[in-house]
Design a protein around this ligand. Sequence first.
Ligand SMILES: NC(=O)c1ccc[n+]([C@@H]2O[C@H](COP(=O)([O-])OP(=O)(O)OC[C@H]3O[C@@H](n4cnc5c(N)ncnc54)[C@H](OP(=O)(O)O)[C@@H]3O)[C@@H](O)[C@H]2O)c1
Length: 259
Amino acid sequence: MACRICYSVLVTGSNRGIGFELVRQLVDSPLGPVKIFAGCRDPNGPRAQELQELAQKHQDVITVVQLDIGCPASITEASKLVEAKVQDKGLNLIINNAGVNIPGSLADTGKSTMVDVYTTNVVGPMIVAKDFRPLLCKAAAQFSHQTSMSCKRSAIINVSTLLSSITMCHENFSQAPMYPYRVSKAALNMLTRCLAEDLKNDGILVMALHPGWVQTEMGGSEAPLTAAESVRGMLGVITNLTEKDTGTLLDWKGNSIPW
Ligand SMILES: NC(=O)c1ccc[n+]([C@@H]2O[C@H](COP(=O)([O-])OP(=O)(O)OC[C@H]3O[C@@H](n4cnc5c(N)ncnc54)[C@H](OP(=O)(O)O)[C@@H]3O)[C@@H](O)[C@H]2O)c1
């Protein structure tokens, strides 16, 4: 018998793009989570309207959570809200999807752009992991009779990119000479490896996932993949992750990407 992807999930940056599509497909799936926490930095703003409508339709499943990953106090508040909802069950899965790309060549990029992009793409997921760790541990402990890892048990998925790959940089740099984005996502990959080592004994799986080049505000209209296609693939990969995948960088089809 097929079983649920997991009991509970938090998706950051879920008001548009890939994050919104993740929430949409998860709530539509008969094997989707019982509780979906949809993180969004401005839940009452115009950019969250579609998410609010979806949450209204699925009030028993979706909770919209104010979560600005650039603001540590907001992350801490979000973790308290989630804790109050999941209680002793803990939180099974975090998809660190929120991210920014401020394109910049060497000539165009200064300190503030580098720091701003790093704050969102690296510091945010790090603080999320730190503040939500007790909830992930609680969820993992429910499966203590098993030693194996999975998203059903407890996991962090960091949404990375092909452009983070140091090995592949020589092949694709000229098409996307984006200093802040590439450097920050390479750092996110290292964060992923560090967390995978650190949280291994807690039974928490940590990996990085490239969604493909996707038609969103960030990806642009020339991208070959729709958000729906990308997310279908991502969820297929996420569902099938096991212990051997912790600390890896995979794409939306499950192929390994070299660091
Ligand atoms: N699209 C692609 O081709 C592609 C390729 C590789 C990797 N990715 C990665 O996939 C993820 C999603 O990208 P996307 O294409 O869906 O981008 P997008 O359409 O630009 O959406 C980005 C999302 O992140 C949120 N966000 C940004 N800063 C935030 C903050 N400080 N706090 C909370 N939320 C914040 C945005 O919320 P607001 O509406 O509040 O700004 C929005 O919901 C990113 O991590 C990106 O790097 C995308």
